[in-house]
Design a binder for this molecule. Structure first.
Ligand SMILES: Cc1cc2nc3c(=O)[nH]c(=O)nc-3n(C[C@H](O)[C@H](O)[C@H](O)COP(=O)(O)OP(=O)(O)OC[C@H]3O[C@@H](n4cnc5c(N)ncnc54)[C@H](O)[C@@H]3O)c2cc1C
Length: 401
């Protein structure tokens, strides 16, 4: 396995780091004013990213992107993850990145024209509506939202929440049951629902640890009450929603994990800075305490271990495809999330009261990244996937001689 950055990445990564530090990180302070107030400045940075050839890293060049492989985009994602605004600045933010992938893979020409093109240009945003408050999201085939064909329209009824970034989005890709009598994994389909459709209601932005957020930085609750869209808004084959959602999550998890590693590095740097400079008494800094030294050493070891695991999974996807990497993807999902939350917590602790304030980015990470152990499959589900595969292999092999 070779994770050495290619000559292309050796040129790109330092340039990207400089872009993030110069143009994106200075906007972080503005996050307290809310997304809408910050949007003009973010738009300006996005224009600059386009002009600098740093737009849509994960999208093929034929569609206006940088055409990076999964491994290469992973490396980019790590650099961007250092700031909560990094991915947005380059147009590769969740949930749009996954939706772009879906539309590129499965969108019809008219769907690409209507939904994908403005998304690629950064003129619109989108959301992904699968989870329902009434059902366990960790059992993704259990959905109440229904879509029924009525003439040449789908008519949708349902209730979704944690529809990230639906506030101000142009459309939502809704997972709805279209074939209730089919086998569980073939009941649901994906349907493109513009948010200005009659019967579509954005109920609220859900407060997350005291912060409801707005625009792209929010998680919404929506209701579909007889929302009617053209039959041609079916995305991909009917009854294939679950398969499409699984495919969407594979490379997406690599990107999330690399973004988390970017957060780890930012928090780690803050931990080291604080340990090196905070005097507990004149001339004696925090870093002289063995407990803090342990935090630093453990954090370094854990981040490096997580990084190697994530790169291995990205490498496997690029070489052998998603199926070959299933177990590795589950491993990095729970392992990296855990490492990130521990590193953030240690860095925050080292900052004392200052760590709780919005003067440092750590408090933002602490609030908003806790969800990493829940979304895209809770820890326990991924651990079960890994353990079952290992036990299954043991059963087939008959054990060691
Ligand atoms: C920040 C954030 C953003 C999100 N964005 C989106 C989005 O854009 N679109 C969308 O559709 N959804 C989104 N979600 C929802 C997310 O996909 C669900 O929260 C997730 O699937 C878990 O479902 P649930 O919340 O219903 O928890 P439940 O399914 O009720 O599970 C609760 C807990 O039970 C435990 N558990 C579950 N299953 C098992 C098991 N098999 N074995 C052992 N323990 C288990 C886990 O600890 C889990 O956390 C988001 C969630 C968060 C936190």
């Amino acid at each position: 396995m070779d994770f050495a950055p290619s000559p292309k990445m050796q040129e790109l990564l330092p340039r990207l780091r400089a872009f993030v530090q110069t143009h994106v990180m200075p906007l972080e302070r503005g996050m307290a004013r809310g997304f809408w107030a910050l949007q003009p400045e973010l738009d300006h940075v996005r224009e600059r990213a386009k002009q600098s050839g740093l737009w849509l890293p994960q999208v093929p060049a034929a569609h206006g992107g940088m055409g990076l492989s999964v491994l290469e985009h992973g490396m980019v994602s790590e650099v961007l993850g250092a700031t909560p605004l990094g991915h947005y600045a380059l147009g590769c933010q969740a949930p749009d990145a996954g939706n772009i992938e879906l539309l590129l893979e499965h969108g019809s020409e008219p769907q690409r024209e209507q939904f994908l093109r403005p998304l690629l240009q950064g003129r619109t945003r989108s959301a992904f509506g699968m989870t329902e408050p009434e059902h366990a999201g960790s059992n993704p085939v259990w959905l109440s939202t229904r879509a029924q064909l009525d003439g040449d329209s789908w008519v949708l009824h349902g209730h979704k929440w944690f529809t990230t970034a639906v506030d101000g989005a142009a459309f939502v890709i809704v997972m709805a049951v279209t074939d209730p009598e089919a086998a569980p994994h073939q009941r649901a389909s994906m349907i493109l629902v513009p948010t200005d459709t009659a019967g579509f209601e954005h109920v609220r932005n859900i407060p997350i640890m005291g912060e409801a957020g707005e625009g792209w930085m929010s998680h919404g609750e929506i209701r579909l009450d007889g929302a009617r869209v053209p039959a041609s808004n079916l995305l991909g084959p009917r009854g294939r929603g679950f398969a499409l959602a699984q495919a969407r999550l594979g490379p997406g998890r690599i990107h999330h994990c690399m973004r988390w590693l970017g957060i780890c590095e930012r928090a780690f740097a803050a931990l080291v800075d604080r340990a090196a400079t905070r005097e507990l008494s004149p001339g004696h800094v925090l870093g002289e305490q063995q407990t803090v030294q342990t935090w630093i050493a453990d954090a370094r070891a854990e981040i490096d271990a997580a990084r190697l695991l994530v790169l291995r999974a990205a490498w496997t996807i690029d070489r052998e495809g998603l199926d070959a990497a299933r177990e590795q993807i589950s491993i990095i999902k729970f392992f990296t999330a855990d490492v990130m939350l521990r590193v953030i917590d240690r860095a925050l602790q080292a900052h004392g009261a200052a760590g709780m304030t919005d003067d440092v980015v750590l408090s933002h990470f602490y609030r908003h990244e806790r969800g990493a152990r829940i979304y895209d499959g809770p820890d326990e589900v991924h651990r079960a996937v890994v353990a079952k595969r290992i036990l299954g292999a043991r059963r087939r092999d008959g054990g060691s001689p």
